[in-house]
Design a protein around this ligand. Structure first.
Ligand code: NDP
Length: 488
């Protein structure tokens, strides 16, 4: 069988792969080769930016909001029509279970187009009447315009979903985009290019350049003078590098960055719900979710019982390949990322943590031993200022600490450089509201986790991000408001 090549998509066509620098895309389940990917050069990024700029004033720029929205619905339908291909591609790139991607990654990836296409049709801008000294008055009203060419840099943990979370609103608002997917997960961005073309999205509106971050496509794109705004999801230190790259031309950035999210479990919680939610928030997607819980604070009177039940849950997780319907956990994204997570497993042990379960590499069948498998892991016994409690690990692991009172746990949960999300488990409604309001984060869940209404603001405070996306908040970033003042 011939080698599968993933090419850059520029100005409505896939570029030739021959004679180009290729990099390997490997399956984390067994480290087998999935495809080779064409690395975009600076000239390719230039071509993509030029195409995206031209497209702003082509047929795309002339379309009414309704026409754009219709096309974006067609894109969403196109993704759903090729659901199995998207599913297989996403699961091969990431190793995640089909059961997870079938319910989250692919349908949510598609619905991001519909949600924002519908939203732009229905959001009003503001208008003010004002008095003037001559008594005739004036009216002010604001109109929204696309910002222009948007650079979209996305990560590997939920590749299609997090990319379309940006591309959906960007296109709905009339912008054009250049997407740089993670080098680990290039396939669904490329499949989406086919869907875009088949749906009739004009050439140059959606472009994909593949490659790496520093000194590669990511850096070429974020430092390019023709890019009007940058939206990025990924690690905090990458965000800092991108901010510097965009600083010269004071370009707006929207950043969804890392987290070190707490869960707070009060003694008056519904224990079944708290265990079920914490199991998901710590271990879903092999712990590679920005919103995931890595610090669990449990009221002392239920601490032992909680730890025991969480341990039983973690031990009951079944690791397996994506199409194993009985498996609920896949591998980490890569062997390189596993080395990082394992370094924290070692560090926890060196610091004297009690390893409640896990802590190493599982014994997989010989055909899977080359994969990035790792054990779900729970620790207790470490101080709040240990590296395990302060640094984002991004693996299937959490540390559980006891607490004694509400004020103490609020202080400890907030004592972090990050500020993305928090889950609170209590059946006391007053307490839930009181504690939720005190958390220094962008998102608080009460008795749930990852429950998302796409109309609501999403983003992080402190080192977890800049700005909010979701609902009208996405429009704030993807449009420029012009106020028009008319003297009567
Ligand atoms: P990275 O920051 O490593 O990479 C994200 C993207 O940025 C990749 O496409 C990467 O390319 C690119 N990149 C890297 N360096 C540069 C650079 N100097 N200039 C331009 N682009 C660059 O993140 P991960 O892919 O490892 O994703 C995991 C991280 O994402 C975690 O920290 C997680 O918390 C965060 N995240 C945050 C979310 C949120 O909503 N707050 C949601 C999901 C994840 P390459 O692949 O080649 O390195």
């Amino acid at each position: 069988m011939s080698e599968k090549i993933i090419s850059n998509f520029v100005d409505g066509s896939f570029q030739e792969g021959q004679g180009r620098n290729l990099f390997e895309n490997r399956n984390p389940v067994d480290n087998s080769l999935i495809s080779k990917v064409v690395e975009a050069s600076a000239a390719d990024v230039d071509a993509a930016v030029a195409a995206a700029r031209r497209a702003l004033s082509g047929p795309w720029g002339d379309m009414s909001v309704d026409e754009r929205a219709t096309l974006l619905h067609r894109v969403a339908d196109g993704v759903m029509a090729r659901f199995d291909e998207f599913l297989a591609a996403e699961c091969a790139d990431t190793g995640k279970p089909f059961s997870l991607a079938r319910h989250i990654d692919i349908p949510r990836g598609a619905s991001n187009f519909k949600v924002f296409a519908d939203l732009v049709k229905n959001v009003a801008t503001e208008a003010f009447q004002m008095g003037t000294p001559d008594g005739t008055g004036a009216i002010n009203y604001a109109i929204r315009k696309p910002r222009g060419v948007i650079g979209v840099i996305s990560p590997w943990n939920l590749p299609l979903l997090l990319m379309t979370w940006k591309v959906g609103p960007a296109l709905a608002c009339g912008n054009t985009v250049i997407v740089k997917p993670s080098e680990e997960t290039p396939t669904t961005a490329s499949l989406l290019a086919e869907v875009m073309r088949d749906a009739g999205i004009p050439d140059g509106v959606y472009n994909v350049v593949n490659g790496f971050g520093p000194d590669s496509a990511g850096a070429f794109l974020t430092s390019h003078r023709g890019v009007d705004a940058i939206t990025f999801t990924g690690e905090t230190r990458t965000g800092a590098a991108i901010m510097k790259a965009g600083a010269d031309r004071v370009r707006p950035v929207s950043f969804e960055l890392g987290g070190k999210n707490p869960a707070i479990v009060f003694a008056d919680c519904d224990m079944d719900k708290a265990i079920e939610g914490t199991m998901r928030s710590a271990f879903a997607n092999c712990g590679q979710v920005c919103l995931g819980t890595e610090r669990v604070f449990v009221e002392r009177s239920i601490f032992d019982q909680f730890v025991e039940r969480l341990r039983d849950g973690a031990k009951g997780l079944k690791l397996g390949v994506p199409d194993d319907a009985s498996a609920n956990m896949g591998p980490l994204i890569s062997l390189e990322h596993r080395d990082k997570v394992l370094s924290y497993y070692d560090k926890a042990r060196d610091l004297g943590a009690n390893v409640i379960t896990g802590g190493g590499v599982p014994d997989m069948v010989p055909s899977l031993q080359g994969g990035a498998w790792i054990e779900p892991t729970i620790w207790t016994g470490l101080d709040d200022d240990s590296a395990i409690m302060r640094e984002e690990i991004f693996g299937p692991c959490c540390h559980v600490s006891p607490f004694d009172d509400e004020a103490e746990v609020v202080r400890r949960a907030n004592d972090t450089d990050y500020g993305l999300a928090c889950s609170i488990w209590t059946e006391n409604t007053s307490r839930a509201h009181r504690v939720a309001a005190q958390m220094d984060v962008g998102l608080v869940w009460v008795n749930s986790w990852f429950l998302r209404d796409l109309r609501t603001p999403f983003g992080g405070s402190k080192m977890s991000g800049i700005g909010r996306e979701g609902g009208v908040h996405s429009l704030e970033f993807y449009t420029e408001l012009t106020n028009i003042c008319v003297k009567l």
